[in-house]
Design a protein around this ligand. Structure first.
Ligand SMILES: [Zn+2]
Length: 224
């Protein structure tokens, strides 16, 4: 049987989502997830091939402009974006965060959108906008696991002759993996939330829901 996802309860939000301990951030996240119903519980297949019991519909969070502005403000509080930066986003829910960051970063900041493939993974070509050679680029997305899905975007920046100035995401489920990716590619970056110990991200062959015979919703990104 295909179990329909349902909106997570406030207790589940507190149990599985870990916000960075910055002033006002944990409260903001808890309230925004509860009000928007953006955290779903079910059985989801992520783009990196992992299965998980929870999924964040970033589009639902982004409908509240004040929440989106606050999230952008938190991400821009740790990173200085060059005035002439290009903000590069995938053609997916990450667009809404990228546009909010662009608007907040300044009048000379522009937006470029990368194509996504049929499974909604960022591809290595531009759909909209340009990355002029030599320009600093801030890569933005909504929720990643380790950030592996950002790598085509990072490579696209190099293809176009730009330089990655930073990678900013709302959530990195595997915060340790995300920091390792940033470190390996020698770029600055930030994320606001990660999956806590009660939010299991599993390989399909160790997935408890699969073992119970429930098919996963793949790709979960369709929910955005
Ligand atoms: Zn599964």
């Amino acid at each position: 049987m295909l179990a329909s996802p349902r909106v997570a309860t406030e207790q589940e939000i507190r149990d599985v989502v870990v916000a960075q301990p910055r002033a006002g951030l944990p409260d903001l996240i808890e309230r925004a997830l509860a009000a928007s119903g953006a955290l779903l519980r079910g059985h989801f297949g992520l783009q990196v091939g992992k299965h998980t019991e929870y999924f964040i519909r970033f589009r639902a969070l982004a409908r509240d402009e004040q929440v989106l502005a606050a999230i952008s403000g938190h991400l821009l509080s740790t990173i200085t974006i060059p005035a002439d930066a290009v903000v590069l986003v995938p053609e997916s829910a990450g667009y809404f965060l990228g546009e909010a960051i662009r608007a907040r970063a300044g009048a000379s900041t522009t937006l470029a959108v990368a194509r996504t493939d049929i499974e909604r993974r960022p591809a290595r070509s531009l759909l909209h906008g340009t990355i002029p050679a030599g320009r600093p680029v801030v890569v933005v997305n909504d929720v990643v696991t380790t950030g592996a899905s950002l790598e085509p975007l990072l490579d696209l920046v190099g293809d176009q002759g730009g330089t990655v100035a930073a990678a900013l995401v709302f959530g990195a489920l595997d915060g340790t993996g995300f920091r390792a990716m940033l470190s390996r590619r020698r770029i600055a970056g930030d994320h606001l939330i990660e999956a806590g110990p009660a939010w299991a991200v599993m390989d399909p062959d160790r997935c408890t829901a699969c073992a119970a015979g429930t098919p996963p919703l793949i790709p979960a990104a369709e929910l955005n």
